[in-house]
Write a protein that binds this ligand. Sequence first.
Ligand SMILES: Cc1ncc(COP(=O)(O)O)c(C=O)c1O
Length: 780
Amino acid sequence: MLGSTRETDKAMTTAKDQRERSSATPGVRLVVAMPALNESATIQDVIRRIPESLPGVDSITVVVVDDGSSDSTADLARQVGAHVISHAYRQGVGAAFQTALRYAISERADLLATLDSDGQFNPEDLAELIEPVASGDADFSTASRFKDPALVPDMPGVKKWGNRQMSRLISRLAGQRFYDVSCGMRCYNREAMLSLNLLGKFTYTQEVFINLAFKHMRIAEIPLKIRGEREFGKSRVANSISRYAINTSKIIWSSYRDFKPWRFFGWISAIVLTPALVIGFFLTWHYFGDVSRPADQIPELVGTYEAENGLKVTVPRYSIKPYQWMVPIAVALGVLSVLLFYAGMFGDMLVRHRIYLEELLVHARDNATGEKATSTGASPLSPGVLKAPTHDASGKRTKFLVFGAPVIEEEDVAEVVDSLRSGWIGTGPKVARFEDNFRQYKGGEAHAIAVNSCTSALHLSILCLDLEPGDEVITSAMTFCATVNAILHAGATPVLADVDPRTMNIDPASVESRITDRTRAILPVHFAGMPCDMDAIEAIAKRHNLRIVEDCAHAVETEFKGRRAGTMGDFGCFSFYATKNVTTAEGGMVLSRNEDDAKRVKRLSLHGLSQDAWKRYSDTGYRHYFVNELGFKCNMTDLQASIGIHQLARVDTNWLSRQHVWDRYQNDLADLPIALPAQPEGDMRHGLHLFPVLIDESRTGVSRDSFLEQLQARQIGAGVHYLSVSEHPFYQSLGWNPSDCPEALRIGRQTLSLPLSAGMDDRDIDDVVAAVRSIISDNA
Ligand SMILES: Cc1ncc(COP(=O)(O)O)c(C=O)c1O
């Protein structure tokens, strides 16, 4: 059954041994990971058929890596109990596997099994698949469609042929016989997981083989009966055979080059050297030989002759004139082959360096996850940054828990450094990439324009409504001052509507009651990440012919009945401020349904200059630009976008981490006399940006402000989101009266937001819960 046998005592290492080494992890933990892209037809069935228990395994976690699906794959998977990690946009099945791998490593899984979500594999076969790995006989096992001739599935001939050729190629490169190197149903032990170092995003299957075979891992091929084709739709990897062949070859040959540079460059060098030698031989033979020499080289004719007219003619002794072009070619090929030979040597040096770095990587990964497992317990996903100590030896919290701390990873830092080094630090290609990624995350239909803040996003969007002085925009009384300021800066009049006491979102009935003949737009705020009742708001807008601008500062991930926040109104405005779910330190984004509006926002964000003015100093040559209208200076820079690109790629992973915090607060604080935030209903997705609780002094015996101070004294940071807008003196100077919006007034005086960040671990949550409980009991 095994593809190769290793002679080291690693053969004795079983998953159980590994578990025993990690005292913090009880039992053998299997993560079953399923890469998925638009698999709504099959995903639930596949998940349901995964066995609840498997021999040699103590716990099973199913995780679906949703590679940017535009259908309901993620929701369906969640409904049947899977963890879902969603890529913000489609990155490829190789990237999805890498996400699954990171998840399994960070969760200290002992085994990782992968299954396609398209129903090709029978999940009940998992027992047979994992057996050699769980028992310690192999480091890696893969289902094999071609090992047993009786089990070869029905598939188009060309696919079968392609699979076989691929297996032959990998077998040849790796020096071991494999029958099926492209199957997605596999199992890895922890050692195999830690040693994988994959670069290919398009696919991963063959690269895994090369990685593991060259690292002398023990590989088992298990013949299994597998459906040869997807049940529904087309394979995204193999739907174009030529594209598949090109992309896969690139991945295979580059990993072969990295592992075996001597052989790789040696072969190319030999191929180049051969014609050089042939030409050289031919020339030598021709130079010294006497057969088929042209007349001018026949020795008898050599010499200088004088013709009758006095002209002298010389016949040289060894002329190779007719073949002179061969000389530079032979020399060039010879030089090239020597260079390739040196490339091999240089590559070899890099390989040694790589091996050294990989050793460090394995230790770093193992140590990092070890620390996490002992300190945090079961948070579904936490950032990989190592933290400074937060508690003293007695377990008392010593480090202040910063409210809304951003989660910054090394990749964010590296991307910023890359921009700094590139010298292009203003608005440039990374802003364009961030805009495109954001657009795709939001379903790909709206236009996205990056700006320097949500305040600017709102301001420019409202300007595009072309309002006249005195025109009114109705917005929520429970919002940050930026929302109303943007309306004022755009020359319009804000009108505050009261909020729904349960959701704290703008109350459609209150909106309706504020409509006058000057009303032009509604500006709902998806407060804390909870979607507003967009059905009701759209109905009002339609009835009164009003435009809608959504304030999505809290709502990157928010969805209302399957529609993504920011795509329902005419404009959607997002914030990437430091405490937001996706941060660029400061930054914002406008989504617009209409292309002309999008162009106008872009123009207004850069002085009103003509399109692409930011390229005026690029290497494509200087371009003249023209000022087309009075604009502002609100463009985003590549430095900011560098952070945003990676923040966005992790948006759903971070959301999952916050969901864990949210769920724990909802459970652990449920019995206290404080009001907890409303839970989203069935077909809504909450952005989980804030966790606002209400401190009613008549029930808790302590005022909100005193509660805040007592939390701070216990090293817990909290926020107030928000005082009702008209409580602020400036707005009262405009004649606004807080009691016009009584619910917002009450909430604003009672509300307090507990820390909610993807960077929090279970110990942080325990501290918050304990602090809240002790304040309530101390004041009872
Ligand atoms: C609801 C709301 N709207 C707008 C903004 C303004 O965002 P920015 O700081 O990116 O300008 C914020 C900021 O916190 C906000 O909470």
